[in-house]
Write a protein that binds this ligand. Structure first.
Ligand code: PMT
Length: 418
Protein backbone atom coordinates (compact mmCIF):
# COMPACT_ATOMS: atom_id res chain seq x y z
CA UNK A 1 0.00 0.00 0.00
CA UNK A 2 1.35 3.50 -0.84
CA UNK A 3 0.43 6.96 0.46
CA UNK A 4 0.15 10.11 -1.67
CA UNK A 5 3.91 10.71 -1.37
CA UNK A 6 4.50 7.27 -2.87
CA UNK A 7 5.84 5.89 0.42
CA UNK A 8 4.75 2.54 1.71
CA UNK A 9 2.37 2.60 4.63
CA UNK A 10 3.86 0.33 7.23
CA UNK A 11 1.59 -2.35 8.59
CA UNK A 12 2.76 -2.77 12.17
CA UNK A 13 1.71 -5.93 13.92
CA UNK A 14 1.60 -5.49 17.65
CA UNK A 15 1.79 -8.20 20.30
CA UNK A 16 -0.53 -7.86 23.28
CA UNK A 17 1.26 -8.34 26.57
CA UNK A 18 -0.48 -8.31 29.92
CA UNK A 19 2.13 -7.25 32.47
CA UNK A 20 1.34 -8.34 36.02
CA UNK A 21 3.16 -6.38 38.72
CA UNK A 22 3.29 -7.86 42.21
CA UNK A 23 4.39 -6.36 45.53
CA UNK A 24 8.19 -6.36 45.63
CA UNK A 25 10.72 -3.53 45.69
CA UNK A 26 11.73 -4.45 42.11
CA UNK A 27 8.30 -3.10 41.02
CA UNK A 28 10.01 0.28 40.63
CA UNK A 29 11.73 -1.17 37.53
CA UNK A 30 8.48 -2.39 35.95
CA UNK A 31 7.58 0.93 34.21
CA UNK A 32 10.87 0.50 32.33
CA UNK A 33 9.74 -3.00 31.25
CA UNK A 34 6.54 -1.43 29.87
CA UNK A 35 8.58 1.16 27.96
CA UNK A 36 10.85 -1.48 26.46
CA UNK A 37 7.97 -3.74 25.44
CA UNK A 38 6.24 -0.81 23.73
CA UNK A 39 9.49 0.14 21.97
CA UNK A 40 9.46 -3.34 20.46
CA UNK A 41 5.95 -2.78 19.17
CA UNK A 42 3.84 -4.38 21.93
CA UNK A 43 0.55 -3.16 23.37
CA UNK A 44 0.81 -3.44 27.15
CA UNK A 45 -1.99 -3.76 29.70
CA UNK A 46 -0.77 -3.50 33.30
CA UNK A 47 -2.46 -5.41 36.12
CA UNK A 48 -1.20 -4.62 39.63
CA UNK A 49 -1.74 -6.51 42.84
CA UNK A 50 -2.59 -4.61 46.02
CA UNK A 51 0.99 -5.18 47.21
CA UNK A 52 2.44 -3.64 44.03
CA UNK A 53 0.41 -0.47 44.62
CA UNK A 54 2.30 -0.02 47.90
CA UNK A 55 5.51 0.39 45.85
CA UNK A 56 4.48 2.23 42.66
CA UNK A 57 1.56 4.51 41.78
CA UNK A 58 -0.80 3.07 39.14
CA UNK A 59 -0.64 6.49 37.47
CA UNK A 60 3.01 5.85 36.55
CA UNK A 61 2.03 2.70 34.65
CA UNK A 62 -0.93 4.43 33.05
CA UNK A 63 1.38 7.19 31.78
CA UNK A 64 3.90 4.78 30.21
CA UNK A 65 1.41 2.22 28.89
CA UNK A 66 -1.30 4.64 27.74
CA UNK A 67 -3.89 2.29 29.26
CA UNK A 68 -5.82 2.36 32.49
CA UNK A 69 -4.25 0.04 35.06
CA UNK A 70 -6.40 -2.81 36.38
CA UNK A 71 -6.11 -4.03 39.98
CA UNK A 72 -9.41 -5.11 41.39
CA UNK A 73 -11.44 -8.20 40.67
CA UNK A 74 -14.47 -6.46 42.15
CA UNK A 75 -14.29 -3.18 40.18
CA UNK A 76 -17.69 -3.19 38.43
CA UNK A 77 -16.94 -0.25 36.13
CA UNK A 78 -13.67 -1.74 34.91
CA UNK A 79 -15.17 -5.22 34.61
CA UNK A 80 -17.94 -3.76 32.42
CA UNK A 81 -15.29 -2.31 30.06
CA UNK A 82 -13.21 -5.51 29.95
CA UNK A 83 -13.82 -8.39 32.33
CA UNK A 84 -11.04 -10.51 33.83
CA UNK A 85 -12.00 -13.24 31.33
CA UNK A 86 -11.73 -10.81 28.41
CA UNK A 87 -8.35 -9.64 29.71
CA UNK A 88 -7.21 -13.26 29.89
CA UNK A 89 -8.36 -13.78 26.28
CA UNK A 90 -6.88 -10.46 25.06
CA UNK A 91 -3.30 -11.33 26.03
CA UNK A 92 -0.82 -13.01 23.66
CA UNK A 93 1.43 -13.36 26.72
CA UNK A 94 0.97 -12.89 30.46
CA UNK A 95 4.24 -11.66 31.95
CA UNK A 96 4.57 -11.20 35.72
CA UNK A 97 7.51 -8.98 36.69
CA UNK A 98 8.40 -8.82 39.46
CA UNK A 99 6.93 -12.10 40.65
CA UNK A 100 7.16 -12.38 44.43
CA UNK A 101 7.53 -15.66 46.34
CA UNK A 102 3.94 -15.21 47.50
CA UNK A 103 2.64 -14.77 43.95
CA UNK A 104 4.58 -17.82 42.72
CA UNK A 105 2.96 -19.86 45.52
CA UNK A 106 -0.49 -18.56 44.49
CA UNK A 107 0.18 -19.43 40.86
CA UNK A 108 1.44 -22.91 41.73
CA UNK A 109 -1.64 -23.67 43.78
CA UNK A 110 -4.14 -22.24 41.30
CA UNK A 111 -5.49 -19.60 43.69
CA UNK A 112 -7.93 -17.07 42.25
CA UNK A 113 -8.21 -14.56 45.09
CA UNK A 114 -7.02 -11.52 43.14
CA UNK A 115 -7.33 -10.20 39.59
CA UNK A 116 -3.84 -11.21 38.43
CA UNK A 117 -3.90 -14.80 39.68
CA UNK A 118 -7.45 -15.19 38.31
CA UNK A 119 -6.29 -14.01 34.87
CA UNK A 120 -3.39 -16.49 35.04
CA UNK A 121 -5.89 -19.30 35.68
CA UNK A 122 -8.22 -18.15 32.93
CA UNK A 123 -5.73 -17.52 30.14
CA UNK A 124 -4.67 -19.85 27.36
CA UNK A 125 -1.73 -17.54 26.53
CA UNK A 126 1.79 -18.48 27.59
CA UNK A 127 2.76 -17.27 31.07
CA UNK A 128 6.21 -15.97 32.01
CA UNK A 129 7.44 -14.88 35.43
CA UNK A 130 10.48 -12.83 36.46
CA UNK A 131 11.04 -13.74 40.12
CA UNK A 132 12.44 -11.09 42.47
CA UNK A 133 13.02 -11.72 46.16
CA UNK A 134 15.58 -12.05 48.94
CA UNK A 135 18.17 -14.77 48.23
CA UNK A 136 17.00 -16.97 51.13
CA UNK A 137 13.37 -16.71 50.05
CA UNK A 138 14.49 -17.73 46.54
CA UNK A 139 16.56 -20.70 47.72
CA UNK A 140 13.88 -21.83 50.18
CA UNK A 141 12.76 -25.37 49.25
CA UNK A 142 9.13 -24.22 49.11
CA UNK A 143 9.92 -21.58 46.47
CA UNK A 144 12.18 -23.96 44.55
CA UNK A 145 9.46 -26.63 44.55
CA UNK A 146 6.92 -24.07 43.29
CA UNK A 147 9.27 -22.94 40.51
CA UNK A 148 9.94 -26.55 39.50
CA UNK A 149 6.17 -27.23 39.31
CA UNK A 150 5.57 -24.08 37.27
CA UNK A 151 8.38 -25.02 34.85
CA UNK A 152 6.89 -28.47 34.35
CA UNK A 153 3.55 -26.79 33.52
CA UNK A 154 5.25 -24.71 30.83
CA UNK A 155 5.56 -21.41 32.70
CA UNK A 156 8.67 -19.58 31.47
CA UNK A 157 10.98 -18.38 34.24
CA UNK A 158 13.19 -15.36 33.46
CA UNK A 159 16.13 -15.17 35.88
CA UNK A 160 16.52 -14.30 38.64
CA UNK A 161 19.92 -12.62 38.43
CA UNK A 162 22.59 -12.68 41.07
CA UNK A 163 24.01 -9.60 42.77
CA UNK A 164 23.43 -7.02 45.48
CA UNK A 165 19.84 -6.94 46.73
CA UNK A 166 17.62 -4.15 48.06
CA UNK A 167 17.70 -5.83 51.50
CA UNK A 168 21.49 -5.33 51.65
CA UNK A 169 22.38 -8.97 51.02
CA UNK A 170 24.13 -10.39 47.98
CA UNK A 171 23.02 -13.49 46.10
CA UNK A 172 20.53 -14.96 43.66
CA UNK A 173 17.08 -13.37 43.62
CA UNK A 174 17.46 -10.00 41.87
CA UNK A 175 14.97 -9.38 39.08
CA UNK A 176 16.46 -9.62 35.58
CA UNK A 177 17.12 -6.26 33.91
CA UNK A 178 14.09 -4.73 32.10
CA UNK A 179 15.73 -4.89 28.64
CA UNK A 180 16.50 -8.60 29.10
CA UNK A 181 12.97 -9.29 30.35
CA UNK A 182 11.50 -7.54 27.28
CA UNK A 183 13.78 -9.51 24.93
CA UNK A 184 12.95 -12.80 26.64
CA UNK A 185 9.21 -12.00 26.52
CA UNK A 186 9.32 -11.59 22.75
CA UNK A 187 11.26 -14.83 22.42
CA UNK A 188 8.40 -16.67 24.17
CA UNK A 189 5.79 -15.25 21.81
CA UNK A 190 5.20 -17.41 18.77
CA UNK A 191 7.33 -16.18 15.89
CA UNK A 192 4.65 -14.94 13.55
CA UNK A 193 4.26 -11.83 11.49
CA UNK A 194 5.01 -10.42 8.06
CA UNK A 195 8.39 -12.20 7.93
CA UNK A 196 7.15 -15.61 9.00
CA UNK A 197 8.84 -18.33 6.96
CA UNK A 198 11.52 -15.90 5.73
CA UNK A 199 15.25 -16.20 6.31
CA UNK A 200 16.96 -12.93 7.23
CA UNK A 201 20.75 -12.66 7.34
CA UNK A 202 22.20 -9.66 9.19
CA UNK A 203 25.74 -8.43 9.79
CA UNK A 204 26.50 -6.34 12.89
CA UNK A 205 29.27 -4.78 14.92
CA UNK A 206 32.81 -3.87 13.93
CA UNK A 207 35.50 -6.01 12.37
CA UNK A 208 39.06 -6.29 13.67
CA UNK A 209 41.92 -6.31 11.19
CA UNK A 210 45.09 -7.81 12.56
CA UNK A 211 48.35 -5.82 12.61
CA UNK A 212 50.27 -8.37 14.68
CA UNK A 213 49.25 -11.02 17.27
CA UNK A 214 48.37 -8.36 19.89
CA UNK A 215 47.16 -5.35 17.85
CA UNK A 216 44.36 -4.66 15.42
CA UNK A 217 42.56 -1.87 13.54
CA UNK A 218 38.87 -1.56 14.32
CA UNK A 219 36.12 1.04 14.76
CA UNK A 220 33.62 2.23 17.36
CA UNK A 221 30.61 0.12 16.35
CA UNK A 222 28.99 -1.46 19.43
CA UNK A 223 26.62 -3.70 17.47
CA UNK A 224 23.59 -2.13 19.19
CA UNK A 225 21.90 -1.07 15.93
CA UNK A 226 22.45 -4.45 14.24
CA UNK A 227 21.37 -6.48 17.27
CA UNK A 228 18.19 -4.38 17.54
CA UNK A 229 17.46 -5.04 13.84
CA UNK A 230 18.04 -8.79 14.40
CA UNK A 231 15.64 -8.82 17.34
CA UNK A 232 13.00 -6.86 15.44
CA UNK A 233 13.21 -9.27 12.46
CA UNK A 234 12.88 -12.24 14.80
CA UNK A 235 9.90 -10.57 16.51
CA UNK A 236 8.26 -10.27 13.05
CA UNK A 237 8.50 -14.03 12.56
CA UNK A 238 11.76 -14.44 10.59
CA UNK A 239 14.45 -17.05 11.06
CA UNK A 240 17.38 -14.72 11.82
CA UNK A 241 21.09 -15.39 11.47
CA UNK A 242 23.31 -12.67 12.90
CA UNK A 243 26.91 -12.59 11.70
CA UNK A 244 28.56 -10.48 14.36
CA UNK A 245 31.94 -8.88 14.86
CA UNK A 246 33.33 -8.68 18.40
CA UNK A 247 30.81 -6.86 20.63
CA UNK A 248 29.77 -6.85 24.24
CA UNK A 249 26.18 -7.92 23.68
CA UNK A 250 24.20 -11.10 24.25
CA UNK A 251 22.69 -12.73 21.18
CA UNK A 252 19.00 -11.73 21.10
CA UNK A 253 16.77 -14.64 22.20
CA UNK A 254 15.66 -16.74 19.24
CA UNK A 255 18.44 -15.44 16.98
CA UNK A 256 21.33 -17.64 15.78
CA UNK A 257 24.63 -15.81 16.10
CA UNK A 258 27.78 -16.57 14.12
CA UNK A 259 30.76 -14.80 15.71
CA UNK A 260 33.61 -13.51 13.53
CA UNK A 261 36.50 -11.09 13.90
CA UNK A 262 37.80 -9.86 10.55
CA UNK A 263 36.12 -8.62 7.36
CA UNK A 264 37.37 -11.74 5.56
CA UNK A 265 35.79 -14.00 8.20
CA UNK A 266 32.55 -11.99 8.01
CA UNK A 267 32.48 -12.46 4.23
CA UNK A 268 33.07 -16.23 4.60
CA UNK A 269 30.33 -16.55 7.24
CA UNK A 270 27.86 -14.57 5.10
CA UNK A 271 28.64 -16.66 2.02
CA UNK A 272 28.15 -19.92 3.89
CA UNK A 273 24.72 -18.72 5.17
CA UNK A 274 23.49 -16.92 2.05
CA UNK A 275 21.71 -19.85 0.34
CA UNK A 276 17.96 -19.50 0.79
CA UNK A 277 18.26 -16.01 2.33
CA UNK A 278 15.26 -13.79 1.54
CA UNK A 279 16.57 -10.56 3.05
CA UNK A 280 20.15 -9.44 3.73
CA UNK A 281 20.77 -6.43 5.99
CA UNK A 282 24.33 -5.08 6.32
CA UNK A 283 24.48 -3.06 9.53
CA UNK A 284 28.09 -4.00 10.28
CA UNK A 285 30.84 -1.40 10.20
CA UNK A 286 33.13 -3.55 8.08
CA UNK A 287 36.72 -2.37 7.69
CA UNK A 288 37.34 -1.01 4.19
CA UNK A 289 41.10 -1.63 4.49
CA UNK A 290 43.25 -4.15 6.33
CA UNK A 291 47.03 -4.43 6.87
CA UNK A 292 48.42 -6.19 3.76
CA UNK A 293 50.93 -8.32 5.66
CA UNK A 294 50.08 -8.77 9.33
CA UNK A 295 53.21 -9.58 11.36
CA UNK A 296 53.56 -13.07 12.88
CA UNK A 297 55.30 -11.67 15.99
CA UNK A 298 54.66 -8.52 18.05
CA UNK A 299 56.09 -5.51 16.21
CA UNK A 300 58.92 -3.93 18.24
CA UNK A 301 59.62 -0.19 18.66
CA UNK A 302 62.75 -0.07 16.54
CA UNK A 303 62.17 3.23 14.75
CA UNK A 304 60.33 6.55 15.29
CA UNK A 305 57.88 5.94 12.48
CA UNK A 306 55.96 2.88 11.43
CA UNK A 307 54.37 2.63 7.99
CA UNK A 308 51.47 0.22 7.64
CA UNK A 309 50.67 -0.89 4.14
CA UNK A 310 46.91 -1.45 3.78
CA UNK A 311 44.81 -3.19 1.15
CA UNK A 312 41.07 -3.09 0.35
CA UNK A 313 38.76 -5.66 1.88
CA UNK A 314 36.05 -7.31 -0.21
CA UNK A 315 32.71 -5.46 -0.09
CA UNK A 316 30.31 -7.99 1.47
CA UNK A 317 27.15 -6.07 0.61
CA UNK A 318 28.10 -5.64 -3.06
CA UNK A 319 29.11 -9.32 -3.26
CA UNK A 320 25.66 -10.35 -1.97
CA UNK A 321 23.77 -8.00 -4.31
CA UNK A 322 25.67 -9.27 -7.39
CA UNK A 323 24.45 -12.84 -6.94
CA UNK A 324 22.01 -14.27 -9.48
CA UNK A 325 19.80 -15.42 -6.56
CA UNK A 326 20.24 -12.10 -4.73
CA UNK A 327 18.10 -11.57 -1.66
CA UNK A 328 16.32 -8.27 -0.98
CA UNK A 329 19.49 -6.36 -0.10
CA UNK A 330 19.63 -3.56 2.46
CA UNK A 331 22.72 -1.52 3.30
CA UNK A 332 23.53 1.09 5.91
CA UNK A 333 25.48 4.29 5.25
CA UNK A 334 27.39 5.86 8.13
CA UNK A 335 28.29 9.40 7.08
CA UNK A 336 29.89 12.39 8.79
CA UNK A 337 28.92 14.81 5.97
CA UNK A 338 26.73 15.08 2.85
CA UNK A 339 24.72 12.08 4.08
CA UNK A 340 22.09 11.98 1.35
CA UNK A 341 24.59 12.33 -1.50
CA UNK A 342 26.87 9.57 -0.15
CA UNK A 343 23.96 7.27 0.71
CA UNK A 344 22.48 7.61 -2.80
CA UNK A 345 25.86 6.88 -4.35
CA UNK A 346 26.19 3.68 -2.25
CA UNK A 347 22.60 2.67 -3.10
CA UNK A 348 23.48 2.71 -6.81
CA UNK A 349 27.11 1.55 -6.63
CA UNK A 350 26.28 -1.43 -4.43
CA UNK A 351 23.05 -2.25 -6.32
CA UNK A 352 20.83 -2.14 -3.21
CA UNK A 353 17.06 -2.33 -2.72
CA UNK A 354 17.22 0.03 0.24
CA UNK A 355 19.79 1.97 2.25
CA UNK A 356 19.41 3.31 5.80
CA UNK A 357 21.56 6.38 6.32
CA UNK A 358 22.73 7.74 9.66
CA UNK A 359 24.88 10.71 10.47
CA UNK A 360 27.77 9.60 12.67
CA UNK A 361 30.34 11.58 14.60
CA UNK A 362 32.65 11.41 17.59
CA UNK A 363 30.01 10.72 20.24
CA UNK A 364 27.13 10.25 17.82
CA UNK A 365 25.35 6.99 16.92
CA UNK A 366 28.37 4.68 17.41
CA UNK A 367 28.00 3.07 20.87
CA UNK A 368 24.92 5.20 21.68
CA UNK A 369 21.43 3.86 22.46
CA UNK A 370 19.78 6.34 20.08
CA UNK A 371 20.02 7.04 16.38
CA UNK A 372 18.17 8.78 13.54
CA UNK A 373 17.63 7.00 10.22
CA UNK A 374 16.66 8.14 6.74
CA UNK A 375 15.78 5.53 4.14
CA UNK A 376 16.49 5.81 0.41
CA UNK A 377 15.51 3.39 -2.33
CA UNK A 378 15.79 3.31 -6.14
CA UNK A 379 13.82 5.76 -8.29
CA UNK A 380 13.94 8.58 -5.76
CA UNK A 381 12.27 6.97 -2.74
CA UNK A 382 13.03 8.67 0.57
CA UNK A 383 11.55 8.35 4.07
CA UNK A 384 12.76 9.70 7.40
CA UNK A 385 12.17 7.31 10.31
CA UNK A 386 13.03 10.18 12.67
CA UNK A 387 15.15 9.95 15.81
CA UNK A 388 14.71 7.57 18.72
CA UNK A 389 15.99 4.50 20.52
CA UNK A 390 17.79 2.05 18.23
CA UNK A 391 15.30 -0.64 19.33
CA UNK A 392 12.39 1.56 18.22
CA UNK A 393 13.99 2.52 14.89
CA UNK A 394 14.85 -1.13 14.25
CA UNK A 395 11.15 -2.06 14.52
CA UNK A 396 10.19 0.72 12.07
CA UNK A 397 12.96 -0.27 9.68
CA UNK A 398 12.09 -3.97 9.73
CA UNK A 399 8.38 -3.21 9.22
CA UNK A 400 9.29 -1.06 6.24
CA UNK A 401 11.59 -3.73 4.78
CA UNK A 402 8.90 -6.40 5.31
CA UNK A 403 6.29 -4.26 3.56
CA UNK A 404 8.52 -3.61 0.52
CA UNK A 405 9.75 -7.20 0.40
CA UNK A 406 6.23 -8.64 0.61
CA UNK A 407 4.91 -6.14 -1.94
CA UNK A 408 7.60 -7.26 -4.38
CA UNK A 409 6.98 -10.95 -3.64
CA UNK A 410 3.26 -10.45 -4.37
CA UNK A 411 3.90 -8.78 -7.77
CA UNK A 412 2.96 -11.08 -10.66
CA UNK A 413 6.01 -12.31 -12.57
CA UNK A 414 5.90 -11.14 -16.20
CA UNK A 415 6.71 -13.95 -18.62
CA UNK A 416 8.57 -12.92 -21.77
CA UNK A 417 6.89 -14.58 -24.79
CA UNK A 418 9.05 -14.67 -27.91
O1 PMT B 1 27.01 -0.58 16.11
P1 PMT B 1 26.47 0.73 16.65
O2 PMT B 1 27.36 1.33 17.71
O3 PMT B 1 25.04 0.60 17.11
O4 PMT B 1 26.47 1.80 15.44
C1 PMT B 1 25.60 1.61 14.39
C2 PMT B 1 26.29 1.86 13.02
C3 PMT B 1 26.70 3.30 12.92
C4 PMT B 1 27.52 0.96 12.87
C5 PMT B 1 25.25 1.47 11.92
O5 PMT B 1 24.09 2.24 12.10
C6 PMT B 1 25.78 1.72 10.53
O6 PMT B 1 25.70 2.78 9.95
N1 PMT B 1 26.39 0.66 9.92
C7 PMT B 1 27.12 0.71 8.66
C8 PMT B 1 28.49 1.27 8.93
C9 PMT B 1 29.34 1.35 7.70
O7 PMT B 1 30.35 0.71 7.63
O8 PMT B 1 28.87 2.08 6.75
P2 PMT B 1 29.64 2.34 5.34
O9 PMT B 1 28.96 3.54 4.83
O10 PMT B 1 31.11 2.40 5.54
O11 PMT B 1 29.31 1.04 4.50
C10 PMT B 1 28.16 0.96 3.65
C11 PMT B 1 27.57 -0.42 3.69
O12 PMT B 1 28.49 -1.36 3.13
C12 PMT B 1 27.24 -0.95 5.08
O13 PMT B 1 26.02 -1.63 4.98
C13 PMT B 1 28.38 -1.93 5.38
O14 PMT B 1 27.95 -3.00 6.23
C14 PMT B 1 28.72 -2.45 4.00
N2 PMT B 1 30.11 -2.89 3.80
C15 PMT B 1 31.14 -2.00 3.87
C16 PMT B 1 32.43 -2.43 3.64
C17 PMT B 1 32.67 -3.80 3.33
N3 PMT B 1 33.89 -4.26 3.13
N4 PMT B 1 31.63 -4.66 3.28
C18 PMT B 1 30.37 -4.23 3.50
O15 PMT B 1 29.42 -5.03 3.45
Amino acid sequence: MENSAGALIIDTMSKRILLGVTGGIAAYKSPDIVRRLIERGAEVQVVMTAGAREFVQPLTFQAVSGREVRSDLWDETAERAMSHIELARWADLVLVAPATADFLAHLTHGMADNLLSTICLATSAPIAVAPAMNRLMWSNPATQANIATLRVRGVQVFGPDSGSQACGETGEGRMMEPADIAASAFAVLPAEGPLQGRKVLITAGPTRERIDPVRFISNRSSGKMGYAVAQAARDRGAEVILVSGPVNLQAPPGVRRVSVESAAQMLDAVMSEIAGTDIFIGTAAVADYRPSSPADCKIKKVSDKLDLCMERTVDILATVSQRADRPFTVGFAAETNDMEQHALSKLTRKNLDLIAANEVGDAKVFEADDNALTLFWPNGGKLSLGAGAKTELAVKLVDFIAARFNERAARPKIAVVR
